[in-house]
Design a protein around this ligand. Structure first.
Ligand code: FRU
Length: 553
């Protein structure tokens, strides 16, 4: 049994996820003076969430027995969108809070990215529900707060005023209760999107329930509403049952409004072919099946996931992730593709297509529109085994601004990334001690050179440019990311974070995102380069981290 004093200050609620450590019971009790004002006994074998409403500016005594906490935070204050939640950890005899300036110190770890969004702790995958609502950008994400690997899915939630500095909000969606007791089942709140209508945020997402060994599984679509961007209504079914030819993969609703009609496009397979399905609605309430808008015929691909579609530059852009039909034969498991074309009479016709990012660590991309800009954010895959210390796994990519020019899809880092730049470093010699940086270079025609993006005593991360060929080596030579530009590589915009590199080439004509793990860079990341010709220009700017409170615009 442990006892703590908890001073609530401006917070009016505590939310937590914990599990029992010892039979027969694990519990938490709240006392005000001598009076017991709240108690909860944990019921399940797995992690379980619970919350207490609290009085502000009040001292409580908290009694905890037989519990292991995975996540706990104070919330409910009036300006929660400005400040975010306050995380706390129950230690031996005291409560440790995340700092007054936000949780920045928790992000100071060897492999923890500083200017890419990641959860306060544990696993994230796909960005979900991206939107701009009542003055804030909202980023939801597939979240397992209970471990460093994928697990039953929650929706984590963060907001930003400027698209780069984020505040953590309370978990928005939880896995179904029937998943909490049974290891042979898994699922939760899978990916989905947000649409704003009449000043309300509507979330659409997939619920998954199935055997952990995948021998039996079901997916269906749900919805809920928020009036304030923080609290969500009881969810209801949006689409139940599957159309003919859909056996089970039927997920990741992206809802958009086109010409006064709402479309919900879904990934999955139809008669075993990766396909994008469409449902339509006039009121976001009643949905009718409107057929398959697109099928990907490449036999390498098995299932489509996380589809998105949007108008851009007079055309439509369709994007989707694909799981390989035989993942065991490939180095990576999945690709993201884009298609440019027309969308008429219920069919999308591709006129051009390509790989969205050449780096293999960019997936499940989702976009949203605000003030005439189309912004995309993807997921930079988590790793199966964390290489050493690290309290989170997986990040959201840098927000990318999308454009269509001369039939080409271009993506460039959102202008807001400039807010994080510090004064340029002197690049006449090797630059040492960087915590993360942005490198911009203009190159002469037919340039040959090597940029050493990071290094430790025995290994270097190299970016080699040879005319129109780019090669990024972050580990073994055979795992290099190599791609051919259509013309000479003329400019580079490279972001190097502690364990992630994002490269934009020729004004966003190609991108390449790759994780890397170089141990022993305690002094910071160092940059160096060598070339056969002079570069036209080269700047290296250290980047600030994104979780300090004072840096919020
Ligand atoms: C893509 C994906 C989605 C699914 C989610 C589950 O990474 O497999 O299709 O909704 O992850 O976490």
């Amino acid at each position: 049994m442990q006892n703590y004093k908890l001073e609530t200050g401006r917070y009016s609620r505590i939310e937590f996820i914990a599990k029992k450590t010892e039979e027969p019971c694990g519990f938490i009790r709240l006392h005000l003076g001598n009076e017991l004002v709240g108690e909860y006994y944990f019921k399940f074998k797995g992690y379980e969430s619970y919350a207490f409403d609290l009085q502000k500016q009040t001292e409580y005594f908290v009694e905890i027995s037989g519990l292991e906490f995975s996540l706990c935070y104070l919330c409910g204050q009036e300006n929660i969108l400005e400040e975010g939640v306050k995380f706390l950890t129950f230690k031996e005899n005291e409560i440790i809070f995340s700092g007054e300036d936000g949780p920045e110190k928790e992000y100071e770890q060897e492999f923890r990215n500083r200017f890419h969004f990641s959860p306060y702790k544990n696993w994230m995958n796909d960005p979900n529900g991206l939107c701009f609502f009542q003055g804030y950008y909202h980023l939801f994400y597939q979240y397992n707060p209970n471990g460093l690997q994928w697990g039953n899915m929650h929706w984590g939630h963060a907001v930003s005023k400027d698209l780069v500095h984020w505040r953590h909000l309370p978990v928005a969606l939880y896995p179904q209760i029937e998943l909490l007791d049974a290891e042979e089942f898994r699922g939760g709140a899978f990916s989905g999107s947000a649409v704003i209508r009449e000043n309300r945020m509507h979330l659409f997402f997939t619920r998954h329930f199935g055997k952990t060994d995948r021998s039996w599984q079901r997916q269906w679509q749900m919805t809920c509403i928020s009036e304030d961007g923080v609290h969500f209504s009881q969810e209801t079914v949006a689409v139940w049952g599957t159309p003919e030819g859909v056996y089970y993969d039927f997920r990741d609703p992206k809802v958009i409004e086109e010409n006064g009609v709402f479309h919900m496009i879904l990934g999955g397979t139809v008669h075993h072919v990766p396909a994008i399905l469409d449902y339509i609605s006039e009121d976001l309430d009643v949905w009718n099946y409107n057929g398959v808008i697109f099928e990907e015929k490449d036999p390498a691909y098995g299932i489509s996931e996380c589809p998105d579609i949007y108008p851009l530059g007079g055309k439509y852009v369709l994007t989707a992730g694909y799981i390989y039909a035989h993942p065991e034969q490939k180095k990576s498991r999945q690709d993201t593709k884009y298609y440019i074309g027309t969308w008429e009479n219920g069919r999308f016709k591709a006129e051009a297509e390509g790989i969205y990012d050449y780096g293999r660590d960019f997936y499940a991309v989702q976009s949203f529109e605000h003030n005439g800009r189309r912004i995309s954010i993807g997921w930079n895959n988590g790793v199966n085994e964390m290489p050493g210390e690290g309290s989170s796994n997986g990040t959201a990519s840098i927000p990318r601004e999308m454009r269509l020019e001369n039939g080409r899809l271009l993506m460039t880092p959102a202008e807001e990334m400039r807010l994080l730049e510090e004064k340029p470093a002197d690049v006449r010699g090797k630059v040492k001690g960087l915590k993360g940086y942005r490198l911009e270079a203009e190159l002469p025609e037919n340039f040959k050179g090597i940029f050493y993006l990071a290094q430790n005593e025995c290994q270097k991360v190299t970016l080699t440019i040879d005319g129109n060929v780019i090669k990024l080596i972050t580990g073994k030579e055979e795992d290099a990311c190599v791609f051919h530009g259509e013309s000479y590589i003329k400019d580079l915009d490279v972001f190097v974070d502690r364990s992630l590199i994002e490269i934009f080439v020729n004004k966003g004509a190609h991108t390449c995102t790759r994780r890397y793990y170089l141990a022993g860079q305690e002094d910071g990341i160092s940059f160096d380069f060598e070339s056969d010709k002079k570069v036209k220009s080269l700047t290296v700017k250290p980047m600030k981290g994104i979780f300090g409170r004072e840096k919020y615009l």
